[in-house]
Structures are given as C-alpha cells and as structure tokens.
Design a protein around this ligand. Structure first.
Ligand code: CA
Length: 427
C-alpha cells in the first residue's frame, strides 16, 4: 500500500497502514477530527461534510462533526472497519478522487506542524490499572521487602484505582510541580518522634510509562462485559504518562490508595491508534500461574508487541537521554481481562472512557518504567547527559514514544511530551 501524493518514510509513525484518529485546531481556529499520513493531517470532518466518508454501516449518520471522537468511538467495530477501509481507498495511489483534485487536497490536507493537537475525546472516567508484574514486584520489594513484594490479591485480579479525568492533558502541556503533605521527617533517634507532616513542593516527582485504551461502545449498568466480548468494546490506544509525586503518595495512600500524589496531571499522546491498525502486532501475553478465576480466564490472551521508550532532557541539556526501553507485551493482565474485571460487578463503561495499563516495566533494569525503579527509590542516581537524577527537577522534559515495527514500515503513536514548571509555593 502506498499513497502517491504524500511521501511516507519507513521511519514515519504514520503510514497508510496506521491511520490513527485525533482532534486538532487548524490555523483558521477550526476544530476538526483528523487522521495522520506521513507528516500531514487529513481533515475527516471536511471529508465527511463533502460526503466522501459515507459507508453503508453509518446509514447516513455523521460521526466526525462534534469536535471529539466520542461519537465515532460509540459506533462499534463494523463502522470502524468500513470507515478505515474507505479512508485507505481514498488515500491509495490508485484512487483518483483525492489524488487528482488539487483543490480538495488543499482543503483536507495540512502539514501536521501547522496544527495544534488537542485531547482526542471527552474522557468521562479514567481508571489506572497496575498490571505489570515486574513493576508491582519492584515497588513491593522497595516498600515491603522481597518476601512480600506482591500483595496476596495481585495474581488473582488486575488491581486498579479510579483516577481523575479532569486533569488528563494533551501532549505539550506543561506540568506544574505539585505541593502537598509529606511524611514527618525521621527523628535523629530513628524513632519517628512526634513531629507532624510537612507541607511543600514534592521532592520526589516521577513519571510512569504507561499505555491506555479508549473504550468504544459501553455496557449498560448492571451488565458485565464477558471476557470473550471485551475486544468489541476497545477502540484504540495512546501513550500515557501517569505523573506521580512519590512523597505525597507515600504519606496519603493507606488505606484508600492514590489521591493527590497522582491526580494533578496525566499526559496522553494525541493520536489514537486503532485496534485494527494494531492487529498485525498481536502476540500472546505471558502465561499466568495460578490460573485466574473463570470470569478472568482469557483463552486468547491477546496482547500487542509495542516498543516503548522514555527520554529525559534537563533545562540546560542540548539533547535528550534515553532512560529506558520497554514493551507493552510484558504486561501480566491483558486488556480483555482488565475490561472483564472492571465490569464484573456491573460497573458501566462509556464511550471515551480511558483505561490505563499501569507502569510498564520489563525484566531488566534498563526496562524499568519509572524513576522510582530506575533510581531504586533514590538510592542509585541515574545518569542523564552530564548530570544525574533520582527524581525530576524543574525544567526537565520527559518524552515517551511508542511504535510497532512491521516489515519496512512502522505503526507508531508519535510521542507524549511535557516539561516540569516550578511549584506555586510561597513557603
Ligand atoms: Ca500508574
């Protein structure tokens, strides 16, 4: 498959095999739904208005006019497949409709660099899982010792907490260092003393390398999604950075879990790569022992071979340093298991809800997906250019990228990036 009017290099994340969905603001101020091809955006809102995306399954309905992807996400697999096929046809080198119409090209194509990418959907609810055995084991080892690394429930259910959707931000938006309560400083005698907690800017600001899936059609309240039908509810994926203030988190998280240590900002990449585009990169997830309960028994155990990288660049550095490489396929709990577990009690998911994976750490120290693990709770400073880090400093920029490697092409996610700005703190 080739496109004759937009050049696409082998390293591009956006060949015609990908066709991710996003939302952007064009220089005219228009907000529109777009796909990506090479270094260009293709305006789907305009194509639909011109009648060029009508597929039988839509029965005349418009799905790209509302400025968010929620309506399209709600349509389900038949519409998604038909629209994708229609788009690939329109953009194909053999098809004259767009190829031979300069005026139409001028209307619907624009350099990606000229548009501002926005959040792709109205995210009603956001859930963050904890599905990497390596990450859970590393954190558990640090805080409870190697004998109690995994909690007794971890191998039986995909642990998660409900996150905050209001502070999910588009890539490129700065993240302000949060202030909050932190544990009392240890007394000189080591007994803890009677000092109260301290308040101030977090001194242990961290990133978490995650991916997240957008929910397509939801389920009715009270009606669980069986694991064998979970795939029908998954629209596509993004990269997610779950910014975490480890010192705030450590003081607050017992007994109800993460709160202010997590909900100040969560960054996502702008392009939603569909499950159809990811299909060629399906692999089998790691074996599970003990076997999970029947409602979590996943005969397919489908996951995806998605290469992940994290880069850090300090304010005074000329270039970014790669901190780690990992892979989505390391995760112990699959997307289908997460979906089945989330709804087994009747909880309803809605189109545009976001389910994050949890930090994706691999088996080797260079595959750890957070500074907490890379610096082993601050005890092993990480080299970054000519400097070192245990946690993030003001001015630091964290960039995550992800792609699937095909034969001669990539299906990529682009990147998610953000810089840390100083806390609003008067002392
Ligand atoms: Ca997380």
């Amino acid at each position: 498959m080739q496109c004759s009017f937009v050049p696409v290099s082998a390293e591009s994340h956006f060949p015609i095999q990908n066709l991710p969905y996003g939302v952007c603001r064009r220089p005219s101020g228009e907000r529109c739904i777009v796909t990506a091809l090479g270094d260009y955006i293709v305006d789907l809102t305009a194509l639909e208005a011109l009648g060029l995306l009508a597929v039988p399954a839509l029965q005349g309905r418009r799905v790209f006019g509302s400025g968010t992807l929620n309506t399209f996400m709600a349509q389900g697999r038949t519409v998604w497949k038909d629209v994708r096929q229609r788009l690939q046809q329109l953009l194909d080198a053999q098809e004259p409709t767009l190829r031979d119409n300069a005026a139409l090209q001028a209307r619907v194509l624009a350099p990606m660099a000229e548009v501002e990418m926005l959040l792709p959907a109205d995210i009603g609810d956001y859930t963050d899982f904890y599905s990497s055995r390596e990450h859970a084991s590393n954190v558990g080892t640090m805080f409870r010792g190697p004998d109690k690394a995994l909690q007794p429930n971890w191998l039986y259910l995909p642990v998660a907490y409900h996150g905050r959707s209001s502070s999910i931000i588009a890539s490129g938006t700065d993240v302000r260092r949060p202030c909050g309560q932190m544990a009392p400083p240890a007394s000189p005698s080591g007994t803890g003393g009677s000092a109260g907690p301290i308040y101030g800017p977090s001194q242990a600001l961290d990133f978490e390398l995650e991916m997240a899936v957008f929910i397509g059609p939801g389920n009715a309240l009270g009606q669980p999604i069986p694991i064998t039908q979970a795939e029908d509810h998954l629209f596509g994926m993004v990269i997610l950075n779950d910014w975490s203030a480890r010192d705030i988190q450590a003081w607050e998280y017992v007994p109800l879990g993460p709160f202010l240590g997590k909900n100040f900002a969560t960054s996502i990449s702008p392009w939603v790569v569909t499950m159809e585009a990811l299909a060629p990169f399906r692999v089998t997830a790691p074996p599970q022992d003990p076997p999970p309960l029947p409602y979590l028994h996943d005969p397919a155990r489908i996951t995806y071979d998605i290469h992940l990288e994290v880069y850090l660049q300090g304010e005074k550095m000329n270039q970014a340093t790669r901190l780690c490489t990992s892979n989505f396929r390391y995760l112990y709990w699959t997307l289908a298991q997460q979906t089945a577990h989330h709804t087994v009690n009747g909880c309803n998911l809605r189109p545009g809800d976001l389910l994050a994976s949890g930090t994706i750490s691999g088996p080797t120290p260079d595959s750890y997906g957070s500074l907490l693990e890379l610096s082993w709770r601050g005890t092993r400073p990480v080299r970054v250019g000519d400097e070192t880090r245990t946690f993030l400093l003001d001015g630091d920029r964290v960039t995550m990228t992800a792609w699937c490697q095909g034969e001669g092409y990539r299906v990529g996610f682009g990147s998610v990036t953000a810089a840390i700005t100083p806390a609003l703190w008067a002392g």
